[in-house]
Design a protein around this ligand. Structure first.
Ligand code: PLP
Length: 413
């Protein structure tokens, strides 16, 4: 009956619960596969913005610089670096995207890849002049599409979404018709963590003859994705969040195999051409995913990403998802017990099947509260207008850390 009471605030037995959950966690060994937190950080709750440093990355970078860059110099391109974008793309596809080989490539930033894929899709649907996008999609997605609309003289059809939830199949069904070339949506909402029903939305868009481009930045590495099975046409996503690739690590693009020969992205660079070193007179695209590339691949970043990805490959995305649901459920329990009575609103789905890897909590003073938490070494992030996002990267976050972070938030209120 009696819960453990620590300090001046009764904790309802949650500290003990956290300790038990950590002891029972099938992925507990993975907590040791990341470099320790710096001594001034009490709880890192922002792995969905920048994932932590995986063990092995440091050594791999040092080795690469010494032996590969330093030792092989220009010979390294022919020997092994040139095909890293496809090789790593295939690994991400298998580990996290449900994508068969030959459909994923690591390229530039998410923003640039989204631009390339959206332009290619629009051009593949001549006579259709509309792109469907929702009002709460990630800013870069919305801005890029605004730019494309201006550039190509097409219109954006905005779906008004609930910022505490996200895009639904019904909304998409209402928005698509014979004038829609493309639907662009986020699989997991960066704000609420809403998981869109990607299979249903893709099918609805296809019935109307439109293509679909999924931004999987906030799901890759935390929520299982099945691009092949869902019939998805195009996708792109980040590698520096749940994939732990490091700041500025390049993004990946997926193009369904059956579209690869027809789609043409707009940035025609030499490394996407059929034979870059022929230095030919005109551009002729390479076959397959290579044509998505434009310029020289981001080799150093891919070295770090490759090491980090190994930890996810070993854990398996289904086990990662089980832990993710347990972590966000625990965070919600703590929020309900400690924070909701203090005027905090939960702005993420309660249904675990619709909730991705983070939990957003809102209160009008949360911008200032977030600043105070950072000073205490508790690091969630703030999202306008009044949301604190508790990001819970499953492989590197313990239940005790969730407990410490939310205890600090409680104390601040
Ligand atoms: C983080 C994120 C991005 C980031 O794009 P960059 O080009 O890497 O800055 C894009 N879309 C979504 C949904 C994101 O969560």
């Amino acid at each position: 009956m009696s819960g453990t009471v620590t300090g001046s605030l009764g904790d309802g037995g949650f500290a003990e619960r956290a300790a038990r959950a950590d002891a029972d966690d099938p992925l507990r060994a993975w907590l040791e596969r990341f470099e320790p937190l710096p001594s001034d950080v009490v709880a890192y709750l922002d792995g969905n913005s920048l994932g932590r440093v995986a063990k092995g990355v440091n050594e791999a970078m040092v080795n690469f610089v010494g032996e590969q860059w330093g030792g092989r110099l220009i010979r390294g391109w022919d020997e092994s670096w040139m095909n890293m974008p496809e090789a790593l793309g295939d690994r991400i596809g298998a580990a996290a995207l449900g994508a068969g080989a030959g459909q994923v490539i690591v390229g530039e930033s998410t923003s640039v890849l989204l631009y390339k894929l959206a332009r290619a899709a629009l051009d593949a649907r001549p006579g259709r002049s509309c792109i469907v996008v929702d009002t709460d999609n990630f800013p870069t997605d919305r801005y890029l599409l605004e730019g494309i609309a201006e550039e190509r003289g097409c219109t954006l059809r905005w779906v008004q979404t609930d910022p505490g939830a996200g895009l639904t199949p019904d909304q998409v069904a209402t928005a698509v018709d014979g004038d829609v070339a493309l639907v662009v949506a986020s699989h997991v909402s960066y704000r609420s963590a809403w998981i869109a029903d990607a299979a249903a939305i893709t099918a609805i868009a296809h019935e109307a003859g439109a293509l679909v481009l999924w931004d999987v930045s906030h799901s890759v590495g935390s929520v299982p994705i099945r691009l092949d099975e869902w019939g998805v046409d195009l996708a792109a996503g980040c590698t520096y969040k749940y994939l732990n690739g490091g700041p500025g690590a390049p993004a990946f693009a997926y193009v369904r195999r059956e579209h690869q020969s027809a789609l043409r992205q707009p940035i025609w660079g030499w490394l996407g051409s059929v034979d870059p070193f022929a230095m030919g007179a005109g551009y002729e695209p390479s076959a397959g995913m290579r044509s998505v590339l434009s310029g020289t691949p981001h080799v150093l970043s891919m070295v770090a990403l490759g090491v980090a990805l190994g930890h996810l490959e070993e854990a398996g995305i289904e086990a990662v998802r089980r832990k993710s649901v347990a972590l966000t459920s625990f965070a919600l329990e703590l929020a309900d017990a400690w924070l909701v009575p203090e005027g905090v609103a939960v702005a993420s789905p309660r249904d675990p099947d619709r909730r991705g890897g983070h939990v957003t909590l809102r209160r009008p003073d949360f911008r200032a509260v977030n600043e105070r938490l950072w000073k205490l070494g508790v690091i969630p992030d703030f999202r306008y207008p009044d949301g604190i996002r508790i990001g819970l990267a499953p492989l590197s976050t313990s239940f005790a850390e969730v407990y410490r972070g939310l205890s600090a938030l409680r104390a601040e209120l």
